[in-house]
Design a binder for this molecule. Structure first.
Ligand SMILES: [Zn+2]
Length: 244
């Protein structure tokens, strides 16, 4: 039987999610807390999506549908990452992450690491694109989005430094997905919600306020047009009569 316990590297996973890897010394408290919270929410699939907020009965949420794409799809945790409104798809981000990560290494003159990266980048993609044994019907990309580190990455090499470099690439990719999907998603939702709020306020104003001059003019205009139309029709009828 397959040993499911060994599928994931839980130590690396927990170190990553508890955010002890990159931020503990350098970063200020706030950023650290935000980052940890973001990672825990992905692990639990508990980001504040429309579906989550709707189920929790939060004010202002009328339904659980995605506000960004107009496909009437439920915005649950899975939908965030594959919404049609996303500017980039997951595969694109993974390929470009490897490229960007390599550039970073070059810029900091880590030429040995560039060579190592090139040795493993295809395998790295292969692992991510192969089906997850735990998350049924999904590729291992979804393990990465959850922040769960697959042991297959460790099996690529026996050398500790190389394993660490692969972990760095994995973390880099995780952050790229956040920066290119999650953050734009939040900005766009905020923009659309503000737009909807303005519309609601506008509608309320129109209901409550007496019509202003512009509205009155519009009413007069449209009345005049109706009268004109009537006149025309009467004329036409008279014409018709004459002709017949
Ligand atoms: Zn959507």
């Amino acid at each position: 039987m397959y040993n499911h316990k060994k599928e994931f590297d839980w130590q690396t996973t927990l170190e990553f999610i508890s955010n002890r890897v990159e931020f503990s010394k350098r970063q200020s408290g706030n950023k650290d807390t935000y980052e940890r919270s973001y990672r825990i929410k992905n692990l639990l699939k508990d980001q504040p999506t429309y579906d989550t907020l709707y189920r929790r009965n939060t004010n202002k949420i009328d339904d659980n549908k995605c506000i960004r794409c107009e496909n009437k799809e439920i915005e649950d945790w899975d939908h965030i990452w594959i919404c049609e409104d996303n500017d980039f798809n997951l595969n694109e981000i993974i390929y470009e992450s490897i490229h960007k990560f390599e550039l970073q290494l070059k810029e900091s003159n880590q030429n040995d690491n560039v060579v190592t990266l090139r040795n493993y980048n295809i395998e790295f993609i292969n692992i991510l694109e192969s089906p997850s044994i735990i998350l049924r019907g999904k590729s291992r990309i979804w393990e990465l989005i959850r922040g769960i580190y697959n042991n297959k990455f460790n099996d690529l090499t026996k050398k500790k430094e190389e394993q660490n470099l692969i972990k760095k690439l994995w973390r880099f990719t995780y952050n790229e997905i956040k920066n290119r999907i999650w953050i734009p998603r939040c900005d766009e939702v905020k923009r659309l919600e503000e737009k909807a709020d303005i519309k609601k306020i506008d509608l309320r104003k129109r209901k409550n306020d007496p019509p202003n001059d512009l509205d009155r003019n519009n009413i007069i205009d449209s009345n005049e047009r109706k009268i004109n139309k009537k006149r025309k029709t009467t004329k036409n009828i008279e014409k018709d009569r004459k002709n017949s």
